[in-house]
Design a protein around this ligand. Structure first.
Ligand SMILES: N[C@@H](CCC(=O)N[C@@H](CS)C(=O)NCC(=O)O)C(=O)O
Length: 235
């Protein structure tokens, strides 16, 4: 590895969150495209990095890391930015919502995207599960938006946190996927603090870099279009 970090990514996948964090931190990194159409994430070589066969993996001087939130927290702590310091009185609030974003919001999003993995092939049951997931996601976003009204340093503040980056990407994915399904429920303006956060993020150099690298279009969070990446494909 010639750079300190190597990001295994696919365009517009969860690796996008890590790219944004690396860009915000000004860290040099190499990228390795994971060919999703060839299902490279399930190969033995990739599973040696992440036995769960999921993107992203970030190779670090301390070894390969997987799980988006774990990588985000590790990067923020290692570089002393994008999150409240471990001694800060802001840390408790930040951690609870970061874990919520990972183990509930993102997990519920995965069920919306892949209901067959959770309930099998019956289309009526998949439809019902998706309906429930949309309701759950709306409740989660409303609660996060309310939390953001409390004006912390780490949620929708003037300077972004790793949590903001993670939430903005998840908002993007909810607006775009799954293809061919009802996505009219996802109206960003229903969550005014999150909406304002997305507007602010779109002005940042980190987002411009990610837009170019992954073909995300001009307004990747407030009015997203399907990615047209220079290489690779999102699914
Ligand atoms: N819990 C994982 C979820 C990552 C995830 O959902 N990755 C997706 C891409 S966005 C993936 O690798 N999908 C490939 C597959 O399911 O085979 C994390 O936070 O990193």
């Amino acid at each position: 590895m010639t750079k300190r970090y190597r990001l295994h990514y696919a365009p517009d996948n969860a690796s996008l969150v890590i790219r944004l964090a690396l860009e915000e931190l000004g860290q040099a990194y190499e990228t390795v495209l994971v060919n999703r159409q060839a299902q490279v994430q399930r190969s033995a070589a990739y599973r040696a990095l992440n036995p769960n066969g999921l993107i992203p993996v970030l190779e670090t001087p301390d070894g390969p890391m997987f799980e988006t939130a774990a990588i985000l927290l590790w990067l923020a702590d290692r570089h002393g930015a994008l999150a409240p310091h471990v001694d800060s009185d802001q840390r408790a609030g930040f951690l609870k919502w970061l874990f919520f974003a990972s183990n509930t919001l993102h997990a519920d999003l995965r069920i919306l995207f892949h209901p067959e993995r959770y309930i099998g092939t019956n289309l009526t049951q998949q439809h019902e599960l998706r309906r429930i997931q949309r309701q759950r996601l709306h409740t989660h976003l409303s609660n996060i938006d309310t939390a953001a009204s409390q004006k912390t340093t780490w949620l929708c503040a003037d300077e972004p946190s790793v949590l903001d980056l993670y939430l903005a990407c998840q908002l993007r994915w909810m607006a775009l996927y799954p293809l061919g399904c009802d996505r009219s429920w996802m109206v960003l303006a229903q969550y005014p603090n999150l909406h304002a956060m997305c507007n602010k993020l779109e002005l940042r150099a980190s987002v411009s870099a990610a837009r170019c690298a992954e073909g995300l279009g001009a307004t990747p969070f407030t009015s997203p279009f399907l990615a047209k990446p220079p290489e690779g494909s999102p699914t």
